[in-house]
Design a protein around this ligand. Structure first.
Ligand code: UDP
Length: 362
């Protein structure tokens, strides 16, 4: 069988790598070009050991949301029409996943949605609307948790189409995390000492597109009393340049880093501060505390399990104090992840091959 695996952004590459690996030669990785910055794509394909993807589309990155979805829907429709995949896999909630799911659905090709059923209940987030659209057209919903599956059933998905598989980020993290000596070498190269620094990421529009909020967030990072490493997403770098925001002296901005490097830095950090979706999952695998700087989260599991506290920029200090209270970091280091057991990729691959109407071997 031929399975098109659609990827547009950094987290899709990271989270679909275990599915591509489990599918073996059936997988045809396909990059849409939504992320076009090499720091967010090329290093990731290499880093997760994925074959170089096909890149049938041109000129996708840098368009606005409607233009991007429209161009990808057209381009992927043409591609699927000539390539005739037996199933199409999309992941998460990006414009690429939205366009890939719709293109396949309109052509009658089975659509498998990985990381299905997340809901922030905040329709001002483009991601939330992408999730709703993909949920409406997908044929197989691979939910990471029972709570995610519940959202889909409540929205009317047929029970036989909803599967709790776990999230592939668990095995992606365990596979990409460097061994202890290499982690120490990475931390040394970045001039940080274990347990003596904060690792932060910021890239959601709610934080980058409001200059006052971005400045408040930087100020909060500067007030944590520890050195902060901030690998800058291109969107955030552009926002900083455009608004002339002041970066406090204790905050060191770097270029985005590859996944093993990010995990090595995360594993050594005392605390993480981020608005990322994937980082909310990774901290549960690494056993680390995380301040989530957002208005809402579609991943309440990390908060419920005590790994994360959701807050605005003004609440960062208090949230950090709560997460670092005596005994709690040690407790988190011993807790298991609510996002699965590290075998999601194999379960999803089996579901994909069934959807492609091919007998599942083994
Ligand atoms: N990440 C990375 N290098 C960085 C920053 C993040 O490898 O410099 C990884 C991180 O470990 C996580 C993923 O990128 O697996 C999260 O992607 P992002 O925050 O861009 O997107 P989101 O998860 O919010 O959709």
């Amino acid at each position: 069988p031929r399975v098109a695996v659609v990827m547009g952004t950094r987290p899709e590459i990271i989270k679909l790598a275990p599915v591509v690996a489990a599918l073996g030669p059936a997988a045809r990785p396909l990059a849409t070009g939504q992320h076009w910055d090499a720091a967010l794509t090329d290093v990731f394909f290499a880093g997760v050991g994925m074959p170089r993807p096909l890149q049938p589309l041109r000129g996708i990155g840098g368009r606005d949301r409607a233009g991007q979805v429209a161009a990808m829907l057209t381009g992927l429709t043409e591609w699927f029409r000539s390539d005739r995949p037996d199933a199409v896999v999309v992941q998460g909630d990006t414009n690429s996943a939205n366009a890939g799911a719709q293109a396949a659905h309109h052509l009658g090709i089975p659509v498998v949605h990985v990381e299905a059923g997340l809901r922030s209940h905040d329709r001002s987030m483009p991601e939330e609307v992408n999730r709703l659209v993909i949920g409406a057209v997908a044929d197989v919903h691979c939910a990471a948790t029972a709570g995610n599956a519940e959202h889909l059933l409540r929205a009317g998905a047929p029970p036989e189409a909803v599967h709790v598989t776990g999230n592939t980020i668990v095995e992606a993290t365990l596979r990409a995390l460097p061994a202890a000596p290499l982690r120490a070498a990475v931390q040394e190269a970045y001039g940080v000492v274990p347990d003596g620094y904060v690792l932060a990421t910021v890239h959601r529009p709610e934080n980058t597109d409001d200059p006052a909020r971005l400045q408040a967030l930087l100020r909060a990072l500067g007030g944590l009393g520890l050195p902060v490493l901030l690998p800058l997403h291109p969107r955030t770098r552009a926002a900083l340049a455009a608004t002339g925001a002041v970066v406090p002296p204790s905050v060191r901005c770097t270029a985005p880093v590859d996944h093993p490097t990010f995990l090595a830095l995360a594993a050594g950090a005392r605390l993480l501060v981020s608005d990322s979706g994937g980082v909310q999952e990774e901290v549960t695998v690494l056993g680390k505390p995380l301040v989530v700087v957002r208005r809402s989260t579609e991943r309440p599991e990390a908060v419920d399990a005590g790994f994360a506290v959701l807050t605005g920029p003004d609440g960062v200090q208090d949230a950090a104090a709560r997460l670092l209270r005596p005994g709690w970091p040690e407790q988190l280091a011993r807790s298991s992840s609510p996002f699965g057991d590290g075998h999601a990729g194999e379960r999803i691959a089996a579901l994909v091959l069934t959807a492609a109407r091919v007998p599942v071997l083994g």
